[in-house]
Design a protein around this ligand. Sequence first.
Ligand SMILES: NC(=O)c1ccc[n+]([C@@H]2O[C@H](COP(=O)([O-])OP(=O)(O)OC[C@H]3O[C@@H](n4cnc5c(N)ncnc54)[C@H](OP(=O)(O)O)[C@@H]3O)[C@@H](O)[C@H]2O)c1
Length: 211
Amino acid sequence: MNVLVIGASRGIGLELVRQYRAEGAAVTATARDETGLARLRELGATAITFDVATAAGAASLAWPTDGLALDVVVLAAGVYGPRSSGLQTPTEAEFDAVMHTNVLGAMRVLPQLADALAPGARLAVISSRMGSIGLRASTSGWLYRASKAALNSVLKDASLALEGRAICVALHPGWVRTDMGGPAPISTWPRARAACAPRWPPCSPPTTGAS
Ligand SMILES: NC(=O)c1ccc[n+]([C@@H]2O[C@H](COP(=O)([O-])OP(=O)(O)OC[C@H]3O[C@@H](n4cnc5c(N)ncnc54)[C@H](OP(=O)(O)O)[C@@H]3O)[C@@H](O)[C@H]2O)c1
């Protein structure tokens, strides 16, 4: 099984690399600095430098995936942005940083991968329940919420474009104890594992595009 994990220097992405490697998968994974690349190499992954937030960085994904038939792709790269609690307008810089990483990043990455997917490939973006409009009951982190809502839309369009070629889902991993997640009161790694484990959640073609 060929797996690509984007945004794997730490947190959920790194954990996915560890789990897929433990299953014996051939894993290609990305990080932005030498520390992250070294962590990936230690796990036996092919480590490539990649930044989803820059056009030049995104373009560099094409050559390492050229010739690979990817069975699983997970886009885990993400940032939270301002820890706002109400309707505090973000600065343009904050807006750009979050939207460029969480939304434009996906819009750069997903088209590049279309030709590298194996038949029946599974493609996931790590979204969040915080991006759900229907389930919304809090205004905390509204910029992050807006970015994940937009990411869900991007994933839906990707699922339509890749219909018949890949099952595409936007996953909510649960509240996970990472740099972004902070001190989750209850360890939710089992939930994250359930959502993102090598044995994929029960997705079938009718569920493609789900978030
Ligand atoms: N933790 C939670 O409770 C939780 C809940 C729901 C959803 N999520 C989502 O899960 C994903 C992973 O989150 P996490 O908790 O593992 O966060 P994390 O520990 O903060 O890790 C974020 C990862 O994204 C990478 N990244 C950030 N900006 C990037 C860029 N421009 N290009 C490439 N990689 C970039 C980081 O790389 P660097 O080390 O280079 O910064 C790091 O590997 C995110 O999309 C997040 O929104 C997390």
